[in-house]
Design a protein around this ligand. Sequence first.
Ligand code: BGC
Length: 775
Amino acid sequence: MFSTFLLGGICAVVSESALAQTASPRHGDGIADKNLDARVESILRRMTLEEKVGQLVQYSAGQPTGPGTGRTDYDDMIARAQIGSLFNVIDPHEINKYQKIAMEKSRLHIPILFGLDVIHGFKTEFPIPLGLASTWDPSIVEKASRVAAMEAAADGIRWTFSPMVDIARDARWGRMAEGAGEDPFLGSAMAAAYVRGYQGTRLDAADSIAACAKHYVGYGAAEAGRDYNSTEISEHTLRQFYLPPFRAAVEAGAASLMSAFNSLNGVPSTANPFTLKQVLRKEWGFRGLVVSDWNAVGELIPHGIANDGATAARKAFLAGVDMDMVSSLYHDNLQKIVSSGQATQAELDEAVRHVLRVKVALDLFEHPYVDEAAAPKALYHPESIALAQTAAERSFVLLKNASGPGGKALLPLAGGGNENIAVIGPLGDDFSYPGGAPPADAGGGARATPLAAALVQRVGESHVSRFKGVGILDGSDAEIADAVAGTQKADVVILALGETPEMSGEAASRAHLGLPGKQQALLEAIVGTGKPVVLILFSGRPLTLPWAFEHVSAVIAAWLPGIAGGPALVRTLFGDVNPSGKLVVSWPRSVGQEPLYYNHLNTGRPAGDMDLTRPPSDVPSRYLSRYIDEQNTPQFPFGYGGSYTSFSYGATAIDTQRLSAAVLNKDLGAGAGQPAAMTAEAEVTNTGSRPGEEVVQLYIQLLGTSVAEPVRMLKGFRTVSIAPGETKKVKFELRPEDFAIWNDRNQFAAEAAKMNVWVSPDSAHGSPAQAEIVP
Ligand code: BGC
C-alpha cells in the first residue's frame, strides 16, 4: 500500500513502511486554523499603534549580548506593551517574572512569546542536525525534536529557532553542522519531521513549541563558504534546491520562518519582497510569523541598501519581515513609518496578526506561565537519553573498515573486550564534544559519558589506557612521543580526533578542512607504530583527510554525537549495533573541490569520474571539466555509508518505460492511456554474515529538458533491515511531481525527456533503468 505526502512542492510516494518513518498525521494545524482568526481580530481591534508595533519587537534578554541587547528597561517596556517576544531567557522563574508584567501590567495583557535556539535538544543533547540527518530516518528526528519540545516547554520556552533547513553544499561553511546537508528531498523530509516533533499533535498543548524554519533563504550558499557572505542563486536553483525544505516546513505547519542574513542576487533576504511576499505568502499561503535574524534589519545598512535605521526598518517591514530581532529599529521607527503613511495601517495589522496568531495558537493567553517546580522534572528522562543514544548510533557513518589482524575487517573489535585498548587523542574524554552548535548545554556535558569512560565501563579499567597525545588546537612533539610509547601494550588504538564544537556552527567557516592543530602529526605517528587503528572523527562537517583514508584501517564519522555519544560509540565499536548512517553531504578530497555536491549539472565537457592517476596517454582529452591536480569525485559520495555486513543490489526494474508529460501535468485529455506514475524497484541482498540496516536510495536523471537538470536527483529513500543471506525487494513509487522541474518558462512542470532511474546504495553507484517521458 502506498500513500502520498508533499515535500517542497514535490510529491513523493513511498511504501507503507517508509511512510511510517516519515509521516505521522499532519500536525501543527495551529496557525492555519481559521478559528483563531476571530480571537486575533478581537485583540487587534483594541490595540493602539504603539501596542501593535510592540508586538513586532523582540530582544535577547540573556546571553549573548550585541546590538540592541543589554537594555535594563525590559520591565518597563513590557508594562508599556513595547515588546512582543524575548529570547535567551532560560530560567523559568525569570520567564514568569517577565510574563507577570505582561499579563498584569500591560493594558491588553498580551503574553510574551519566549524563544531560544533549541537546535538539537534543549538539555538532553542529541547529535547535531547533520548527524541526525545522517540517520536518514525522519522518525528519529521527529522523536528527538519532540523530546526537545517537552523539555523546553516545561522550562517556559514556547518557540525554537529551529529547524535550520538551509541546503549546504560547501563544507567550509560552519553552519553545515546545523542542517540536513545538501539534498532538497532529504532536507524536506527532515524539515517536516522537525516541525512535527516540535509542534506535536497540537500547538496549543503545554508541551508543544512553535518551530521556526531558518534561514530564509539561500544562506547556505554563502560564497566561498564564508558565513554571512552574499549569494547568487538562479531562480531555477532556488526553486528546485533551496526553497523546497522551507516549503516542506510550511506544509508541515511551521508557525514561523526566520529571514536570513545573506543577500540573494543583490537583495538582502531580510528585505526581499520576492521571497518573503511573492513566494512565501502568495504562492505558499503562509499564515505564520516571519522574524528577522539577529540584527538583520540593522545590517541592511552595511549591506548597502539603507543609509539609516529608519530606511532599514521600512525596507524590512515592507518586504515582509514581521518581527525585528534585537536591532530595535522597529521599536524606534515603525510608528512613524506608519503614521507618516510610508507603510499602511493594513500592512501593520497584517504583521501583528501573524504574531498574535502564533500566540493564540500556542494558547499563551490562557496559559502564559510555566510551572517552575515542575520544570526540572521534564529534563533528562532516561527514555530521552536512551533516544539520544539510539540517534547517535544511527548517525555514525562507517567510512572505511579495512582488514585488521588476521585479514578480517578491523571492526567490530574482535576481542570482545579482552584486547588492550589505547584511547588516544584530544576528544577521547572531552566533555565539550556533545555540545556542537549553540547553545552548549551547561548541565548536559557533565552527564555525558565520554568515549574513554564509556570504554572503561564496558571492558574495565585494566583494558583501557588513555593518552591525550595533543590538544585539538595545540600540542607538542613530546606529547606525541608519549602517546606513541603508550601504544606499546595496546592491541588496538582508538584515535579520537576532530574539531572543537566552536569550529562549526555560526561564524565558524574554515578555509582549511584538515585536522586542526597537530592532530595530523599525531595521527601519522600513531599509524606509524603499525598498531591497528580505528579513527573516530568528531566534527561538524566532513574533513579532508586523504592520508587517513589511505593509511588508517577503520574510520567512523561520529559528528558531534550528543549526550550519549560515548556509549553509542562503544556499542558500535563492539558490534552491538551495526552502523547504518549514510552521508548527507559529499565528502571532499580537498578543499579546492568545494562547493561539492552530487546533484550538479553535467557541463558540456564532463570528465565523469575520470581517474587522474591514469597515464596522460590514457586520458582522452585534457579539455574536460576537471582539475589537473585532483579528482572531480568526492572522497565519499553523498548517500555513502558502510556496514559490518555487505549488501548487493540487483538491477533497477521499472514498471513502465514511457510516461506522458501531458498526463504528468494533469492534462489527461492529451495523453490518455499513459500511466501517471512509475514504480522502481531493486532486490537488495545481505551478502555478509551479520544482520544490517541499509538505506536504499532512489535517484532519477532527466535529459533533454528545457533547462539542464542534475546528473542525479534523490527522489526516495527507505531503510530496510535485512538478515544475512536474505534478499528484499525494495520498491518506490515516483509520482508526477517527482518529474517536475522549474522550466524555462518559470513554472514547475514535467517535460519530455529521456530518463535514468537508479535504485542504489548511494549517489555514485548502481546501473540505471531507462525510460522516457513523451510530450
Ligand atoms: C543566528 C540564528 C539564531 C539567532 C538567535 C543568529 O545569530 O544566525 O540562527 O537563531 O542568532 O540566537
